[in-house]
Design a protein around this ligand. Structure first.
Ligand SMILES: Cc1cc2nc3c(=O)[nH]c(=O)nc-3n(C[C@H](O)[C@H](O)[C@H](O)COP(=O)(O)OP(=O)(O)OC[C@H]3O[C@@H](n4cnc5c(N)ncnc54)[C@H](O)[C@@H]3O)c2cc1C
Length: 182
């Protein structure tokens, strides 16, 4: 099934900072009456603000999960704008046959494709990228931090410092040219 028959469709893959900023800038420039359709495709109905996840993952203080998952406003689905909650699994680019294939089997035609899928992270910030998986993920990591007797963070960069700052436990940070082990 093709969910868009519009002759002019901009498809943005990834609802992170880059995708949202691009979408909003484009929507503002095109205005409400434009016939060009803007489709944002992303696995969750919200933006997971990564800088805020460190504190959210190690402690339930302040229930940051209620604020860190920022749901897309209704205007993202108004007029010729649409958000599709799905993951893109492949791209077809064969002459006039240009579409992306979603993990639910549907396809979405595009005129212009913008790809903003972010980075692949490891450890606690490697969120499952599934609509319903993030809260369980947060709970699992909070439990692990809570039950840990000792936590060693390898590397003294912003992620380590942020985790340390957010954590009530005593932490050792070992700075060096190696990868963090969780
Ligand atoms: C713990 C942590 C702390 C950070 N702190 C800071 C900070 O203080 N300041 C700062 O400037 N930066 C910080 N960063 C980096 C910052 O979060 C990233 O640079 C920024 O999120 C990149 O934005 P993005 O849109 O490219 O990717 P993301 O925000 O990762 O968004 C990518 C989106 O694409 C989606 N996606 C991926 N694959 C697909 C697919 N196949 N189909 C559909 N959607 C897909 C993802 O689900 C996600 O929603 C931090 C990162 C981390 C992990």
């Amino acid at each position: 099934m093709t969910s868009s028959n519009s002759p002019q469709t901009v498809v943005i893959v990834g609802g992170g900072c880059a995708g949202i900023l691009t979408r909003n800038t484009l929507a503002a420039k095109l205005g409400l009456t434009s016939s060009i359709k803007i489709v944002l495709i992303t696995p969750r109905p919200y933006h997971n603000h990564l800088p805020g996840t460190l504190r959210m993952l190690v402690s339930n203080e302040g229930h940051l999960e209620e604020r860190n998952f920022m749901y897309f406003p209704e205007e993202f689905n108004a007029g010729n704008k649409e958000v599709i909650i799905a993951k893109v699994v492949s791209i077809v680019d064969e002459g006039n046959n240009r579409h992306v294939v979603l993990d639910n089997g549907e396809t979405v035609a595009y005129t212009v494709l913008l790809f903003t899928p972010g980075s692949v992270w490891e450890g606690p910030v490697a969120f499952p990228q599934e609509k319903d998986g993030d809260l369980d993920w947060v709970k699992t990591w909070r439990d692990r931090f809570e039950k840990a007797n000792e936590i060693v963070l390898v590397g003294g960069g912003s992620v380590s410092i942020g985790t340390c700052h957010a954590n009530a436990f005593d932490l050792n940070i070992v700075d060096g040219d190696c990868r963090a082990r969780w």
